[in-house]
Design a protein around this ligand. Structure first.
Ligand SMILES: Cc1ncc(C[n+]2csc(CCOP(=O)(O)OP(=O)(O)O)c2C)c(N)n1
Length: 574
């Protein structure tokens, strides 16, 4: 049947086993055809075709919520819930999302892309059903062996296994890989379980009934296991063994990542920021044997491939475990090494507390390299790296840089790894790096990219937006608006010379690929107004020593007499 005629999962229920096998092959051909054209996640979805068909035949979505961890493997679910017709514009403006989306379908319960969350959602949903007396529904969470390396998944398993009356079914989609083969003791344990019954089963130890291993491409076996799990009415792990990229030889044979995510067939090959970093970190690694690199299961996409090839013993893949990566880096720094944590900006959000408390408070030299910072594009809301530059500047001692071109990236990375007593961060986008943009001159605190002796306007160009700022300045000149353009290089902390420069202009515009709140512009404005009519009177950006709350507030003038004194002082100065 044409896939566009599938409108609801109920359409699957009358199909014979042979029909289902034909359907699985049609879905595979459909995915290959569409995803090669639009780009998107191919390997993970080719591996979950039979699994998703079986889930939709046994469970009744959305009454039984189906939760896809990470969500990158939910394309088949989209097809089976009436959305095959939307794949023409997958991941394009106005088209279907590359992840589950609550606005697209009632069958999409969670919208995600950040890994290891589904079991926690399942825990909460199951608790809510129990409290409401809704005993007619099961909660099903599909989680990959990669996503299971994330700490949150284990926090949830700890609760789920201890609740024998809550029917949560954990469908473990074990293909042995994240992008690369899954790492660590858990991966080794899953390999033992795949080989057959063992005396020690981690899931059973935690309180789950364990079913498996099940052939994840045998729709009949899968259905049988899911039916059994559904009937048990308690927490169950169904261990499904699947093959990433199944049925499409170029994906099955792709050593790097089984075509985990592919670009549209028409995309070009311009040099990316990632590859500039990849070369720069190898050069640094060759000169400094104390430099080590960490990745949270993304060595190749984050540009650590060449470093890993040259210095394999100096790269640590910790699994999909960003928080652990950061604190592990803190430990490495305590041991006298200089860690470089290469990570996507969007996933780095998870580890804010670890950066603040475990690295910065301890005054440790750790460098974070945030790829995919700023707008990322087709992966949508959950992937834009538009938060790091807002939250990181509050971390005492942290230095945050945004290189404008390949030369700046190399220079700033060298500068960052030279800092041994504080966290340093570099951010750059998912984009072509473009040509170098030489400075007209450099002063302490900023590079001047375009002079402006008579300028009324100052453009503060952050990172790769420098080219656009220079083009804008040319355009403004044609309108008789002389404009100066500077690049601060380090966007946090704010450099006093940039504040002094900004005070000289009628209009100052910072141009930044990040969310506005907490951006450089706001901090600059705050500094400029702190001597004027508007001021923020608050705690300083520092680690405050212990004392009572009253004492601390008083020490910083945040009591009645402190506030009064400050107001009187400002009035006198005005
Ligand atoms: C918190 C977080 N870190 C990193 C990623 C990037 N990422 C997307 S999918 C993936 C691998 C997932 O492996 P697994 O759960 O086994 O699913 P598979 O793709 O193998 O089916 C990674 C690392 C992410 N989505 N979320």
């Amino acid at each position: 049947m044409p896939l566009t005629e599938l409108t609801t999962p109920a359409d699957l229920r009358h199909l014979s086993t042979v029909d289902l096998m034909v359907l699985a092959e049609e879905i595979r051909a459909f995915l290959v055809d569409n995803v090669r054209r639009t780009g998107g996640h191919l390997g993970p979805n080719l591996g979950t075709v039979e699994l998703t068909i079986a889930l939709h035949r046994v469970f009744e979505s959305p009454r039984d919520p189906l939760l896809f961890d990470t969500g990158h493997q939910a394309y088949v679910h989209k097809v089976l819930t009436g959305r095959a017709g939307d794949f023409g514009a997958l991941r394009q403006a106005g088209g279907a999302s590359g992840y589950p989306s609550r606005t697209e379908s009632a069958h999409d319960v969670i919208e995600n892309s950040h890994a290891s969350t589904a079991l926690s959602y399942a825990d909460g949903l199951a608790k809510s059903f129990e409290l409401a007396g809704r005993t007619d529904r099961r909660v099903v969470a599909v989680v990959g062996d990669g996503a299971l390396t994330g700490g949150m998944a284990w926090e949830a398993l700890n609760n789920l296994g201890a609740a024998p009356s809550r029917p949560v079914i954990v469908v473990l989609n074990d293909n042995g890989r994240s992008y690369a083969p899954t790492v660590g003791g858990l991966a080794a344990h899953l390999a033992r379980l795949r080989a057959g019954p063992t005396a020690m089963n981690l899931f059973m130890t935690l309180g789950f009934t364990y079913l498996g291993p099940v052939d994840g491409h045998d729709v009949v076996a899968l259905e049988k296991a899911f039916q059994c799990a559904a009937a048990l009415g308690r927490p169950v792990v169904v261990h499904c063994v699947t093959e990433k990229g199944k049925g499409y030889p170029p994906a099955e044979e792709d050593e790097a990542d089984r075509m985990h995510a592919i670009s549209p067939s028409s995309s070009g090959e311009a040099r990316s920021w990632t590859s500039v970093f990849a070369d720069a970190v190898v050069e640094i690694g060759a000169a400094r044997s104390d430099v080590v690199c960490l990745t949270a299961a993304m060595a190749l996409p984050a540009g650590l491939g060449p470093f890993a090839a040259r210095f394999p013993e100096r790269v640590f893949d910790v699994g999909i475990a960003e928080q652990h990566a950061v604190t592990s880096a803190a430990g490495l720094a305590m041991g006298g090494l200089h860690p470089v944590v290469a990570i996507y900006s969007t996933f780095f959000n998870r580890a804010f507390d670890q950066v603040l408390m475990d690295v910065a408070l301890h005054r440790l030299g750790v460098t974070f390299v945030l790829d995919r910072a700023g707008v990322t594009g087709p992966d949508g809301a959950s992937h834009h790296g538009m938060w790091d530059a807002s939250v990181l500047p509050v971390v005492p001692g942290l230095r945050l840089a945004a290189p404008r071109d390949p030369a700046a990236l190399c220079e700033l990375l060298h500068a960052a790894v030279a800092v041994s007593d504080a966290p340093t961060v570099l951010r750059y986008p998912k984009a072509a790096a473009g040509p170098d943009i030489p400075a007209v001159r450099r002063t302490d605190g900023y590079d001047v990219l375009r002079e402006g002796p008579d300028a009324l306007v100052l453009l503060v160009a952050v990172g790769p937006l420098a080219a656009a700022c220079l083009a804008a300045a040319d355009e403004l000149a044609r309108h008789d608006v002389p404009t100066m353009v500077v690049d601060p290089l380090w966007i946090a902390p704010l450099h006093p010379s940039l504040v002094r420069l900004a005070a000289e202009f009628r209009l100052v515009l910072t141009v930044e690929d990040t969310t506005a709140i907490g951006a450089l512009g706001g901090r600059l404005a705050q500094s400029l107004t702190s001597t004027g009519r508007v001021a923020t009177f608050a705690l300083p950006p520092a680690f405050l020593p212990h004392a009572s709350r009253t004492e601390i507030l008083k020490a910083h003038g945040l009591d009645a007499s402190g506030i009064t004194a400050t107001v009187l002082k400002r009035l006198k100065a005005a």
